[in-house]
Structure formats: C-alpha cells, structure tokens
Design a protein around this ligand. Structure first.
Ligand code: FAD
Length: 435
C-alpha cells in the first residue's frame, strides 16, 4: 500500500493527515517549523492559529457553524481540538490557542501511522501528496508550485473586492447593462447623483482602515490601489476609474448618471456579485457602513469582505477538481488556504476532503465529490467553478449553497433550511458510502 505525503502541518495538513491515518493509510507529514518559521507563526505546534483565537460562529444559523457540525460528524481532529479547548465567547467557538494546538499536535503525532518529518520541502515528492503549506508557503516550494500549475495560476497577493448576495440587492434601484451595450448585458449598475457621489467619497476617505501586518507593508501597493486611496487622490479619480459612467446610460431614463458602481456576477449559480474595482483595506464594519450608501445596496449582505493582504493561492477554478486533486496530475492534492478557501475552519474542511480522497486513492478506491448541499461540498464547488479571471479566496456562506427551490424571506428560516438540508445530506452521505 502506498504512503501518502502531506506537506504542512497547519489547519489543513493536520486534518488531512488525521483523516488519512484514520483510514488505515500511512502518512509522512512534513512540517518545516521550528527549523524554518513563517513570518506569522511563532511556535513548533501543528495547527497554530496565527491571528484570532476564534473559529467563528458555532450556531447552525451561520454557514460556518454548519461546516463545523459536518466536520464533527466526520470526526475532524481540528473541531474536536477546538471543542476541547474552547473558552467562553458568546455564540462563537473560540479556543485557548496553546491547548488547541497542543491537542492537535499530540493527537496527530501519536497516531501510529503518522511519521513526522521536520524539514522544509522544496520539491513536490513522488507519489500521492497533499500540498497544504498555507498562505505563507515557503518561497522555494512556491516556485515549484508555480511550475506545476503554470506561472499565471499562482498568486502571492490577495486584493479582493467585497462579494455580496444578489438576493440582498434592491433591484428597483439598479439596472442590468454592459458598457456601450457591448456583448450580453452582464453588470448590475448602481447609479449615483453628484450629491450621492460626494457623500460617498467623503465617507470612503474618512473611514477607518485595518492595520497592516509588519511583513505586508512593502507589498501593499504592488497589486492594485484600494478604493479609499483612489478616493483620496482627487475628486475625479474614481470617476475615471471604477465609477466611470460613460456608456452606462440608465435605460429607464436614457440619461447618464453622475457616477456608477458596477456589480459583476461572481459564481456560476449567479447568487453572488462582486463590487468591481472596489478592493479595499477598510475595516469590515466600515465596509458595511460605507458600501450601504451605494444606491441599491442599502440592505446589502456582504458574504466576503474586501481584503488586501499577503496570501499564496492557486487558481483553483482552472487547475483543481472538486476532489481537491490537481487536474493535470491526480496524485497531487491541494488543501487549505492555498486552494482559495478562506479561514481556519474552511482550511481544515478542505483538508478533510483532500485527506479522505488521498486515502481512497491509496486504497485503490475512487475519490468522491462531497454533495453540494453540504457546506463542505459547496466550498469545493465554489473554488472550482468560480469566475477564474477574478478568482479570490472565499469564506463559507449560504450564498454558495444550491438554492432551496423557493424564495424564503426570513433570513433565520432560510439559514435553518440550509442547515437542516446540509446536515441530513452529510449524515446520509456518511451512512451510505464507505468513506
Ligand atoms: P497554515 O495553517 O499556515 O499551515 C501551513 C503549514 O505549512 C505551516 O505550518 C507552515 O509552517 C508549513 N509550511 C509552509 N511551507 C512549507 C514547506 N515548504 N515545507 C514544509 N512545511 C511548510 N483565518 C481566520 O479564520 N481567522 C484569522 O484570524 C486569520 N488570520 C490570519 C492572519 C494572517 C497573518 C494570515 C496569513 C492568515 C490568516 N487567516 C485567518 C487565514 C487562514 O485561515 C489561516 O492562515 C490558516 O492557518 C490557513 O490554514 P492552512 O492549513 O492553509 O495554512
């Protein structure tokens, strides 16, 4: 029987190693710490939380609560560690980070089928391999990943505009049109008067930004300019940039608005839209406040806030299968933040699927796709079906789940329906397959 290599003992790699070993398959787990540190890690422990100690909401009315519950059903070591090390945090699952990482380290390390090798991997090894080296993958390995996936499919910087739920847009205020009516009408346009624009610009300039990490400073402006910086450059800068109104006359009046904010479809299902050119470094609360000033977005649900930070991730819609295998070489799996899932829990969740499938491959079984009705499956679907040209990492959210079949007005009820369907589906999936 083949041994599976797992590179990186972070959130995703630890979960992948655990799921593989649990299925009776030997694992060689490579972790470069403490021999070599990343710019954000400080310890030699597996699954070190580099920033917040919160794994976010636990309640099933939140998609991140649902993914946790699915992972509990799948005997996730990361969620078990978090439940064991939890500290009071209202509705969130927050942990004592040392206890949490200690539990993961001991449990994975002490599994008789896991061999731990503390060294930096600089070549992708032969055989079945899960690459889970995270947003701060060491440069030498990143170079190899670039060769493997193709130069243009590996990114080192995450400059993302907010993504919003289509259902929360006021369609009475926006209109569908492409600039100069070129091609199919593809954009939702939010028109602004001069007064609205001036107030919006003022709010952007005075809003509060998130602090930068020390190692991110030099990289800051390399990608593209944050919208708030553009706003501060001059009164007209945004009007010649992402808010340019030419060719976007409002079909209802025939008139050209003073300024326009454009929204572009973000997922194949058409449930999510991104705000074009609005990459931002504003604090999340400020994004909600300021972007709600855009006509049509008064009650907008932001499912993914804009961010600008260092990140290493592949263009999964182009290179990855829903089993987390590389399309060009099915022996190679990717997992974690590298695949374009965002967050501790999502990273571990992708590691769970990659681990299940790497073990199946080693055992001579077919890899499996998790049902899209589940949070785990919908994440895998999102990262492999999102718009490849504008691909940016994504947190789990109900907007990426398949629709429920009928429109439900109450947010609470919609969440409950998604959660119930997801948990029934994963339970069925576990019962009906030998996974
Ligand atoms: P990691 O947990 O980083 O694991 C990767 C592992 O691979 C590391 O242990 C690393 O040492 C090892 N490694 C790297 N290169 C090599 C190599 N060549 N050979 C061997 N080992 C290697 N998400 C949240 O939900 N909440 C937050 O508060 C949060 N804060 C973040 C702050 C920062 C500064 C960053 C960069 C990200 C943050 N994230 C946060 C995003 C993300 O969820 C975490 O980074 C998460 O740890 C990703 O899990 P992972 O398994 O993909 O990577």
């Amino acid at each position: 029987q083949q041994i599976v290599n797992v590179i990186g003992a972070g959130l995703a790699g630890s979960e992948a190693a655990w799921q593989i070993a649990k299925r009776g398959v030997k694992v060689r787990l490579y972790e470069m710490r403490p021999v070599k540190q990343t710019p954000a890690h400080h310890t030699d422990k597996f699954a070190e939380l580099v920033c917040s100690n919160s794994l976010r909401a636990n309640a099933l009315t939140n998609a991140v609560g649902v993914i946790k519950e699915e992972m509990r059903i799948m005997d996730s070591v990361i969620i078990k560690a978090a439940d064991n090390a939890s500290v009071p945090a209202g509705g969130a699952l927050a942990v004592d980070r040392h206890e949490f990482a200690g539990y993961v380290t001991e449990t994975v390390k002490n599994h008789p089928l896991v061999e731990v090798i503390n060294e930096e991997v600089t070549e992708i090894p032969e055989g079945i391999t899960v690459v889970a080296t995270g947003p701060l993958t060491s440069p030498a390995l990143a170079e190899k990943i670039k060769e493997l996936t193709g130069q243009e499919y590996l990114y080192f910087y995450d400059a993302a505009a907010p993504i919003v739920e289509k259902d929360s847009i006021n369609m009475d205020k926006v209109y569908l049109k492409s600039r100069y009516d070129k091609g199919e009408a593809a954009y939702l346009n939010c028109p602004m008067t001069k007064e609205e624009f001036d107030a919006f610009r003022e709010a952007l300039i005075s809003a509060e930004c998130a602090p930068l990490k020390e190692f991110e400073k030099e990289k800051y402006f390399e990608g593209c300019m944050p919208i708030e910086v553009m706003a501060s450059r001059g009164e007209k800068t945004m009007l010649f940039g992402p808010m340019k109104p030419v060719g976007l006359e409002d079909p209802r009046t025939g008139k050209r608005p003073y300024a326009v904010v454009q929204l572009r479809q973000d997922d194949a299902a058409g449930t999510l839209y991104n705000i074009v050119g609005f990459q931002t470094h504003l604090k999340w609360g400020e994004q909600k406040r300021v972007f709600s000033m855009i006509p049509g977005l008064e009650n907008v649900e932001i499912v993914r806030y804009g961010v600008m930070h260092r990140n290493t991730f592949i263009n999964s819609p182009t290179v990855l299968n829903k089993t987390y295998q590389l399309r060009a070489n099915e022996n190679i799996f990717f997992a974690g933040q590298m695949t374009g899932v965002e967050g501790y829990v999502e990273s571990a969740g992708s590691g769970l699927i990659a681990g299940v499938n790497a073990a199946r491959l080693a055992l001579g079984q077919e890899p499996i796709i998790f049902p899209f009705e589940t949070a785990l499956g919908s994440m895998a679907r999102y990262i492999t079906e999102a718009d490849s040209k504008n691909f940016q990492p994504m947190n789990v959210n109900f907007g990426i789940f398949p629709e429920l079949g009928e429109k439900i007005k109450s947010k609470q009820e919609r969440a409950e329906r998604h959660a119930n369907r997801a948990l029934a589906t994963i339970q069925n999936f576990v019962n009906s397959q030998t996974i």
